[in-house]
Design a binder for this molecule. Structure first.
Ligand code: 5GP
Length: 181
């Protein structure tokens, strides 16, 4: 992993804890789906690793997956406040039990936008799963059905989350500190 010498990483959530919590989340989802098929929609790119562990934790449920790509952050640590859709779904979600799978819930702008878009497409049910939640930063309310971990208001990387496209490959979720500008 190419860490720059002036950037500091501190482990916040270890890989083993992430794995365990994701297995619990899948079990809760399976209980609530009561044997019905589920369609997981991952929000690229950050949620790709969370989704790949989540989907493999389902034991007795038919699962299909699709992806959407959005961007709100650009290249740095600050959100632009605007959400843009870069990649849409490949197939219709009409009549399906959908779970929207996101890496981190921060201001709430991204999930609010995506929920609005997806509700118009008439899924049977629409639930939200976010691996991480920074409640202090919320601007728009989001009712997430499944939250992995509540975390403090820090910029985190790893396990799919990036800083300028780097650090997605870290196994742990880490707090990234940059040198003062
Ligand atoms: P929201 O729209 O809720 O403000 O932000 C959602 C998106 O912002 C996430 O999908 C993620 O891409 C990005 N984001 C928010 N907080 C962090 C963070 O601490 N680290 C990283 N790498 N991305 C973040």
């Amino acid at each position: 992993m190419a860490k720059r010498s002036d950037e500091h990483l501190k482990v916040l959530i270890r890989h083993s804890a992430l794995k365990g919590r994701i297995r619990e989340m899948a079990r809760q989802m399976e209980r609530e789906l009561k044997g019905e098929r589920v369609h997981l929609i991952g929000v690229l790119k950050g949620a790709c690793i969370f989704l790949s562990d989540l989907v493999r934790s389902f034991k007795s449920t038919d699962v299909s997956i699709d992806f959407m790509a959005v961007a709100s952050y650009g290249k740095g640590k600050e959100s632009s406040g605007q959400v843009r859709l870069y990649k849409d779904l490949d197939t219709s979600i009409e009549g399906l039990n959908v779970i929207l799978v996101e890496d981190i819930l921060d201001t709430g702008l991204t999930l609010n936008y995506l929920c609005r878009v997806l509700k118009q497409r008439k899924p049977k049910t629409l639930r939200i799963a976010a691996l991480l939640d920074k409640p202090e930063r919320r601007i728009q309310e989001v009712n997430a059905d499944y939250i992995g971990f509540k975390i403090p208001n820090e910029f985190v990387v790893g396990y799919g989350l990036d800083y300028a496209e780097r650090y997605r490959n870290l196994k742990d979720v880490c707090i990234l500190t940059l040198p003062p500008q």
